[in-house]
Design a protein around this ligand. Sequence first.
Ligand code: F6P
Length: 328
Amino acid sequence: MAKEIRTIGVMTSGGDSPGMNAAIRAVARACAYYNVKCIGFYRGFQGMIEGDHCILNARSVRNIISRGGTILKSARSKDFRTPEGRKKAAEHLKEIDVDAMILIGGDGTFRGGQIFSEEYDIPVIGVPGTIDNDIAGTNYTIGYDTALNTVIDAIDKIRDTASSHDRLFFIEVMGRDSGFIALNTGVGAGAEEILIPEEDMGLDRLLESLKRSKRSGKSSSIVVVSEGDKIGKNVFELADYVTENLPDYDVRVTVLGHVQRGGSPTCFDRTLASRLCVKAVELLLDGEKNVMVGLLNNEVKMMSFEEGLKEDHGVNKELLRISDILST
Ligand code: F6P
């Protein structure tokens, strides 16, 4: 029989994302509802290793649902990659009677959780929180929707100045090795071209497309470039290359950077975080362990970490075709 769960730990790890606070709140409130003690660990796995924690009751998470960032702070712990680090973490959990952990983060967090759960008999549940949306086991990760809206807002503003000065802007967005943010904001902001890691467009096609844009009477253009794009040049080299080959264009570069990770979460991200985290607590109380939760076809599902971390996270390439048609 599964061990009774009396205390649940929660932490946020990896790059922070808007909605992580809503997730922490949902874990703490669901624990209070089910009469389970909740402990928050600071700086992800590092706080587990160092025993840096706090008690989270229903009131300690008041008014955080709307706040960006994470009150528990976040980190990418190098120590947790070592067996010694994980041993220390397990010992600290034991010392303060933590029976199970909820890990909010991205693929690195889930991989850490997977190894930890294989080594120690401490149930863990992964909740996907990253702006990158690069986890196969969920249609949406917490923070992705807010990041999309932040990016769209920025591109709209850049479009204003691009249009006033008849300029071509290369706008780099985050996403690590995946093109979800670039693809969706590119279509949403009406970009002339979108460069994503999943599709190598090639430099010749890019030049051709920009020439076509000019010929069709467009005076300004936006190219959204995912930071992980594999065209062979970074965004600044790309801008130089285009300037050399198409001197008619007045080219500028904007790297949006970490602005994409901040800000108050959208309603979608708050609701997603709330749904996933209530489910995570309930699964632990039902004796489930070592799985992740995700939203698939608007239903909260659980699946193994292997399943949830499959290589193919299915960026929708149909959007490239749509973009081609609409940027005519
Ligand atoms: O995974 C989230 C993310 O923002 C990626 O999009 C980006 O590549 C990376 O984190 C940046 O990490 P850091 O905050 O360590 O610079």
